[in-house]
Ligand binder design. Structure first.
Ligand SMILES: Cc1ncc(C[n+]2csc(CCOP(=O)(O)OP(=O)(O)O)c2C)c(N)n1
Ligand code: SF4
Ligand SMILES: [Mg+2]
Length: 287
């Protein structure tokens, strides 16, 4: 897909956080495309299945290539794209259910490979498209359509999980700040390696967390989102881990590590073993 389908009729609910993420992604793509002087269709968006996955059809302006894939399988699809066309700027867009539940098994291998892609994860703490079931990021005890007596599993901390799995770029942000969010998505695209921008993107229909995140003085609610201080050193693993021990939702760059990408490692092997035929390569397995 590289052009909009005029007959595509999906619409997000009014106030859905995904609108802000879409705006941010459009800005980030524009910046990346002009900075790197590449044509728009050198960007590829790989979408999961969920309200968030519809992002790929709803982007405004010049269209990147897009694949609306399989629930939970954005990362294998992105891996295939990079294997065939490593020069493409490949961006995964997926929801918390898609990425962190059915798709979770793919995160660690992609992180270990340092696959050079950017993931924009829209976390609304619920399965929006299928009508509000609990997801890994739903709070403990929360009532949802699949947990009518309260969720009995602990809530996942995605940012800590990403750190543990060895993701080389981790940012956390919020859909209501699209300008700032765009900067972090662009930084993720510029980062050579596996980057995740984890975005709080509230679902106004099944899990409206705007007040919880922003706070509301009149209702006596203190916001849980806080901006990462300028003196945070994202290159320090210890500093990132300490930061993630603080309660609430940090907004900013948590961690960044420069290390070779999968492609660079493959290149090292290729140049050390030039011209090996498939038969020669298979022979090495027999030893
Ligand atoms: C293999 C498979 N399992 C389950 C589904 C049903 N399904 C579609 S979307 C979805 C959950 C979506 O939640 P999330 O990824 O958080 O996206 P959101 O709608 O909240 O943006 C599920 C379970 C499916 N389409 N395919
Ligand atoms: S159900 Fe929730 S996530 Fe889906 S479009 Fe509506 S507000 Fe957005
Ligand atoms: Mg969701």
């Amino acid at each position: 897909m590289s052009a909009r389908n005029p007959e595509y009729d999906f619409a997000w609910c009014p106030g859905c956080g995904d609108f802000g993420v879409r705006r941010a992604l459009e800005w980030a793509l524009e910046d990346y495309t002009s900075d790197h002087e590449i044509p728009h269709n050198n960007n590829v968006i790989v979408a999961g299945i969920g309200c968030s996955g519809n992002m790929v059809h709803l982007l405004e302006g010049e269209q990147p290539f897009g694949i609306h894939g399989i629930h939970g399988r954005t990362l294998p699809i992105a891996f295939g794209i990079k294997a065939g066309r490593p020069e493409l700027n490949t961006v995964v867009v997926a929801g918390d259910g898609d990425f962190l539940s059915i798709g979770a098994e793919h995160i660690s291998p992609a992180a270990k490979r340092n696959l050079d892609i950017t993931c924009v994860i829209m976390d609304n703490g619920v399965y929006g498209l299928t009508k509000g079931q609990s997801s890994p990021t739903t709070a403990f005890g929360q009532l949802t359509s699949s947990t009518p007596f309260g969720k009995i599993e602990q809530q996942l901390h995605p940012l800590k999980s990403y750190m543990t799995m060895g993701v080389s770029f981790i940012a956390s942000h919020y859909s209501s700040k699209p300008r700032d969010l765009a900067k972090f998505i662009k930084m993720g695209m510029d980062h050579r390696g596996f980057s995740i921008v984890h975005v709080q993107s509230p679902c106004t229909t099944y899990n409206d967390t705007y007040d919880i995140l922003k706070g509301d003085r009149k209702k006596g609610i203190e916001g849980t989102a806080w901006i990462v201080e300028d003196d945070h050193d994202p290159t320090s693993r210890q500093a990132a881990e300490d930061l993630l021990e603080r309660p609430g939702v940090p907004l900013g760059l948590i961690y960044r590590e420069e290390r070779p990408t999968l492609e660079q490692e493959q290149e090292k092997v290729r140049s050390a073993h030039p011209g090996s035929s498939p038969a020669e390569v298979l022979e090495t397995y027999a030893v």
